[in-house]
Design a binder for this molecule. Structure first.
Ligand SMILES: Nc1nc2c(ncn2[C@@H]2O[C@H](COP(=O)(O)OP(=O)(O)OP(=O)(O)O)[C@@H](O)[C@H]2O)c(=O)[nH]1
Length: 370
């Protein structure tokens, strides 16, 4: 059987596979970190489970170096609506490894940015098949230095992600000054004095940092009780009504108070000037309530997909993928917003598309990825 056995002590061989729960609020840098660590030889035998919302999800396309043994749980959040799918995904990985289809040494479980750790941890101690075969080794939470102050003030989930972590990785330090970085680290240390706190730039971290090598104290102990006490902070509401084929409503949508998630699909390529004008407009209109926008864009005049990432007030530089990940070459954008929804997205885009195009798609100023 191609499963690695963990030796905890001379009398207690532990056959369970270690799991790193990789979490962090929307856009904190989880996929960037995964992309980096998965290239390391030490990660051989590491399976990845990626959780994302809805059928139009794009995360799995953005983790470029994901191993073949990547499972996608794409129809809800594994801390709530898709919890059954997590067990299915892990058991399927386990059984494939048992059939010697690949070597399985450990698992990284990348959550959605709105996942709360405790309900996921609980599945590892309550699901009888999971608890026999897998054990949480560490909870690693990424904290986006550029947005953390507002995020921690506004979101209970972000707070729970910090307080539930064994290791806090502060990302995007390059976007803040040293005084703000230190202030954030002090705040994190007050919130979670037991956690290791470190800085990570552009996802560059040693892969070993994700696995402690010892089973998580909280996974079997009373600490979970404290964390489970917060589960009721989450509330789930149905998505708002669809405004037609332009916007694909999600079947089941987690909500942190007024949080909404939805996808935008554009069948036709969009002029760069229209697209970037529109994202600038949305950013100035919605600011930090545009919690997350990400996806693949088919820009007029370009053959390759452009990857866009917006996180609250910060729009990161775009980049191109070396190829379209599938035959579907439509623009697919995932939005997570607070206090407004797809009507704003639809009406602002309609308005911009109705305006005369100011510069042609062939204009290098317009077509160059930003
Ligand atoms: N400047 C800067 N940008 C970063 C850093 N780490 C990640 N990013 C950028 O932040 C954006 C979001 O990063 P992702 O890795 O997709 O974040 P994520 O946590 O996986 O996002 P969700 O899964 O949507 O919650 C991307 O444009 C990254 O290139 C960093 O250390 N510095």
């Amino acid at each position: 059987m191609a499963l690695e056995i963990r030796q905890l002590g001379p009398e207690s061989p532990d056959h369970r596979l270690p799991v790193c729960l990789l979490t962090g609020f929307l856009g904190a840098g989880k996929s960037s970190l995964l992309n980096f660590v998965l290239r390391h030889p030490w990660m051989e035998g590491t399976a990845v489970v990626i959780n994302e919302y809805g059928a139009v999800g794009v995360d799995h396309h953005l983790v470029e170096s994901a191993p073949e043994d990547t499972a996608l749980v794409a129809d809800g959040c594994i801390c709530c609506t898709a919890s059954g799918q997590l067990a299915d995904a892990l058991m399927s990985l386990f059984l494939r490894a048992q059939r010697r289809q690949f070597t399985l040494r450990r698992v990284i479980l990348e959550t959605t940015g709105l996942a709360e750790p405790a309900p996921i941890l609980r599945q590892f101690v309550s699901h009888h098949q999971l608890k026999e075969r897998f054990v949480i080794d560490s909870v690693v939470t990424l904290v986006d230095a550029a947005n953390a102050a507002s995020t921690l003030d506004a979101s209970d989930i972000a707070v729970l992600q910090v307080t539930g972590a064994d290791r806090l990785m502060v990302t995007k330090i390059d976007l803040v000054n040293e005084a703000d970085a230190c202030r954030l680290e002090r705040r994190l240390a007050e919130m979670n004095p037991d956690a290791v706190i470190e800085r990570v730039l552009q996802g560059v971290a040693p892969p070993q940092a994700l696995f402690s090598g010892v089973h998580r104290r909280a996974a079997s102990g009373a600490d979970l009780g404290v964390m489970f006490g917060n589960v009721d902070l989450l509330r789930f509401t149905p998505d708002v009504a669809s405004r037609g084929p332009l916007l694909a409503p999600r079947d089941r949508t987690p909500a942190d108070h007024a949080i909404q998630t939805f996808s935008l699909i554009l069948d036709e390529p969009i002029a760069p000037s229209t697209f970037f004008g529109w994202t600038d407009f949305l950013r100035s209109l919605c600011g930090p309530t545009l919690l997350r926008m990400k996806g693949l864009v088919n820009l007029k005049g370009q053959t390759l997909p452009t990857v866009v990432h917006g996180v609250q007030n910060v729009f990161h530089p775009t980049r191109q993928l070396p190829a379209w990940p599938s035959e579907d070459q439509r623009t697919r954008l995932v939005f997570i917003t607070r206090g407004w929804g797809q009507d704003v997205v639809g009406s602002t885009l309609d308005w911009l598309q109705a305006r005369p195009v100011l510069a042609s798609a062939g204009d290098p100023e317009c077509t160059a990825p930003r």
